[in-house]
Ligand binder design. Structure first.
Ligand SMILES: [Zn+2]
Ligand SMILES: [Zn+2]
Length: 150
């Protein structure tokens, strides 16, 4: 069963309802997931089980899935922040490196999660964190679960 999510930003951007994942009959071959198009900047939901991530707006391949670290607010990428003035320089360096491994295992503020290990080698997750907004280009976009679909 898939989820219906809506992405909103303080700048006024509203994605409308996004049907993510797959339905009862299609979950093995279809996994819709929000992606940001590097060509036109549109947020669309291509099927990640087809390798191209084709943008629903301009038709160009290579959209970046929203579970990619570059799409998440930099503050959300590192769980443990080194404290103290000595660590400031280190912290600066760390803060620009996407750090998937730093996320604690019990880290769970996910609002969408899809087991795609068989197809993609990873689980697809969206959390309550702030994400890159395709309209204002700030990390101020949030996803909200508004329902389920089958
Ligand atoms: Zn596009
Ligand atoms: Zn925005």
């Amino acid at each position: 069963m898939g989820s219906i999510l809506q992405a909103k930003c303080s700048c006024g951007f509203d994605s409308g309802e996004l049907c993510l994942g797959g339905g009862r009959l299609t979950f093995e071959t279809n996994c819709a997931f929000p992606c940001n198009c590097s060509s036109c900047g549109h947020l669309s939901t291509p099927n990640l089980f087809e390798s191209d991530n084709v943008c629903g707006e301009c038709g160009k391949p290579g959209s970046t899935p929203y579970d990619d670290d570059v799409m998440v607010h930099p503050d959300s990428r590192v769980v443990e922040q080194p404290i103290g003035p000595v660590m400031t320089a280190v912290n600066k360096v760390l803060s620009v490196i996407p750090f998937r491994a730093a996320k604690a295992p019990e880290y769970d503020n996910s609002i969408f999660s899809w087991n795609a290990k068989g197809q993609l080698g990873r689980d697809l997750t969206l959390t309550e964190n702030k994400y890159f907004c395709p309209q204002c280009k700030n990390y101020s976009l949030t996803f909200e679960c508004v329902g389920m679909w089958d």
